[in-house]
Design a protein around this ligand. Sequence first.
Ligand code: AMP
Length: 394
Amino acid sequence: MNILIINSGSSSIKYQLIEMPSTKVICVGSIERIGSSDAISTYRTDTNKVEKIYEIASHKKGLEKITSLLLDVNIGVLNSTDDIDAIGHRVVHGGSNFTKTTLINDEVKNKIKFLSSLAPLHNPANLEGILMAEEIFDSAKQIAVFDTAFHGTVPVKAKKYAIPNELYNEKGIQAYGFHGTSHKYVSEKANAYLQKKSTNLISVHLGNGCSITAIKDGKSIDHSMGFTPANGLIMGTRSGDIDHSVIFYLVNTLGYNLNEVNELLNKKSGMLGLTGFNDLRDIEREATKGNTNCILALEMNAYRIKKFIGSYTAAMNGLDAIIFTAGIGENSSFMRQLVCKDMEYFNIHLDDSKNDLRASNLREINTKDSAVKILVIPTNEELEIANQVYELLA
Ligand code: AMP
């Protein structure tokens, strides 16, 4: 079965063609800066790699460009659009409607549209990708895989905010949780590795967006992001947890308008606001040169992760393994070291030499006598989407 995975963002489309059940990746690509005259298209197969700049005005034009690459007589991988059996669409917000991977029909599209008010940056672009794919790949089954779905198991006591009940019951205001595809993928890998009947895991996804999930016996029971992906850990440009009174102070006393506050907290805060950089590689480099803002930002970031680890250990009444994943979690031995140091009370002991080794597959980086395993597990959201689509259709 040929499954095309589409991740349609506000100005980009990322895609992968995966053959299932072999899990062979046939091609990988992306188009960034859609809407501009210098959109960048990358396309890679086993034998070819092409990067080109085009004028790509819309998602429709973007998907047409992708289709022409897939069908190209020289570098393409398909004879016809009918060779695609199914398309797996990453959809960020499924609200409380979608806790499972879902075959797309008109009702599903309407609900994704309705949920756009909860994820204005993501759901409209996800829906656009679905509509375009339906036109171009009209014989393929279209499937939605929701970022929120894995957190459908979080109990009410953890996901409900202490605000009047009708806002939860009637308006759907609650913590939904995100990065579910990634947390599900790495926690299943961890469970297969640990070979225990019952497990308490903490999955730490540290990329441009950062989140942390408590996973008991394979089920998400608590998660750091909330109503939107703005909550929880310190991220590249998002503040994470902040007292909401700061918003009122910014507006009422300092004269910001609400759009400016939104922009400030989502785009200008986090590591960028603290250091002037949002890429952790730059921040680590500056910290080693003695930049005090960078040193403090790294400490703040790690400190917040530690606090979540402590609270989730309490919530699960135990901890078998911490999983580090995504760009920072997989690559930054420095951040892992900051998070795991001084955690003897929890019987968490990092092996520094294992932590410094680089590898592209699952690895254990704790000492032999550490009761808690510390695992680095590369995430693969595209493969997880392909797995879920295949499971639904096979
Ligand atoms: P992701 O969203 O998972 O693609 O993660 C992207 C982020 O990972 C980048 O913005 C960097 O901050 C971080 N990152 C990637 N490689 C490294 C590295 N070798 N060391 C530290 N951080 C890294």
